[in-house]
Ligand binder design. Structure first.
Ligand code: GTP
Ligand code: NA
Ligand code: MG
Length: 347
């Protein structure tokens, strides 16, 4: 349920990048970091996503308090796993993307690769603000790992030669970004984050740099996206990520809700192959706490309502023809449902 008194919803953060540059490992590490800090609240699993709550981000970023003071007004960050760019392409909403922010993962030793450029194009086209996670810093020859340490601490403890390679590699990324028309810089050197894209060196393996990654993500989203994140009480708006079969429920859809509240029994309008489908929510399913929802053993719990931002599985009659990537809207009555059908048709 929704923490009381919060006026902003969680920013939806999507991870993109070239194959094997470490997207999944990075998200796993963030999740584990959050679980390890769980006296402070742990994480909540969603369908295709997980939320790292504000308390956890503050705790992980605690050692940085003097350099990057983060007092959070967002309730947390919702991370979406995107196994490929196709899923990101699905995250469309009128005039932009459901993603509020993105992490472009670049293997620091490999640099930009074809899918890095592809991801850049997608981000530009949808106008999604992002930062670059320069991943795998532990693979720099001679790197001495300091598990889970902030980047600014671990880098001070490295040999001059190692620091030099890191600088060269970052400089390389800055150059590629410059060529793409997007000024970027190592986050420690940025004065105005509206003018430069932050490069945050991390290791998804050792956890180094994760404190800064979370702090910068939280800081940027809550500072620059505040209007977009203002929580709206109205009926839900979302987008379908996947359509699948589920035993006992028939065809279900996995969706990301980016606005409002979705309730059991709500009328929903969703795009189908033969035109908009109007149906009624029979069940809302969330992963049971702390289960990996990707595992086949994943257990689900039914809930009565979900508040944006959230990933949720929706069971309802007549979902067989739903198309992944379709908008999904809740309606307060039949009249509104009719109007929404036209909107869905247009999108
Ligand atoms: P796709 O989903 O296939 O595009 O790949 P991905 O970007 O999700 O990469 P993934 O997380 O699967 O990582 C690819 C390989 O790189 C795995 O063997 C990881 O263990 C390794 N890897 C990821 N991050 C790091 C890191 O920070 N350091 C090191 N040394 N290895 C890493
Ligand atoms: Na991989
Ligand atoms: Mg992956």
């Amino acid at each position: 349920t929704r923490p009381g008194g919060r006026r902003l919803r969680q920013p939806i953060v999507v991870v993109l990048g070239h194959v094997d540059h470490g997207k999944t490992t990075l998200l796993d590490k963030i999740r584990r970091t959050a679980v390890a800090a769980k006296e402070a609240g742990g994480i909540t699993q969603h369908i295709g996503a997980s939320i790292v709550p504000a308390e956890v981000i503050e705790k992980v970023a605690e050692p940085l308090k003097k350099v990057i003071p983060v007092k959070l007004v967002i309730p947390g960050l919702l991370f979406i796993d995107t196994p490929g760019h196709e899923l990101f392409s699905n995250l469309r909403r009128r005039g932009g993307s459901v993603a509020d922010f993105a992490i472009l993962v670049v293997d620091i030793m490999e640099g930009f690769k074809p899918q890095t450029y592809e991801a850049l194009e997608l981000l530009k086209e949808r106008r999604v603000p992002f930062l670059i996670a320069a991943n795998k810093i532990d693979r720099i020859p001679g790197w001495k790992p300091h598990p889970d340490a902030p980047f600014i601490e671990t880098i001070r403890k490295q040999d001059p030669k190692v620091r030099e390679i890191l600088e060269q590699r970052v400089y390389e990324i800055v150059g590629k970004m410059y060529e793409a028309g997007l000024p970027a810089e190592l986050f420690t050197r940025i004065k105005d984050f509206r003018k430069k894209i932050a490069i945050v060196p991390v290791s998804a393996r050792t956890g180094e740099g994760i404190p800064e990654l979370l702090a910068v993500l939280a800081g940027l989203t809550q500072t620059y996206l505040r209007d977009r994140l203002r929580y709206a009480e109205g009926p839900a708006k979302g987008v379908v990520l996947e359509v699948k079969e589920m035993q006992g429920f028939g065809t279900v859809v996995d969706a990301v809700i980016y606005e409002g509240v979705l309730k059991k029994e709500d009328i929903i309008v969703v795009g189908g192959r033969e035109g908009p489908i109007v149906t009624r929510v029979r069940a809302l399913l969330m992963p049971a706490p702390l289960q990996d929802i990707r595992s086949r053993e994943a257990r689900f719990v039914q809930v009565d309502r979900v508040y944006a931002a959230a990933g949720v599985r929706i069971a309802a009659p007549g979902l067989d023809d739903v198309i992944a990537g379709s908008p999904i809207y809740a309606a307060e009555n039949e009249e509104q449902a009719r109007r929404l059908m036209e909107a869905v048709q247009r999108e």
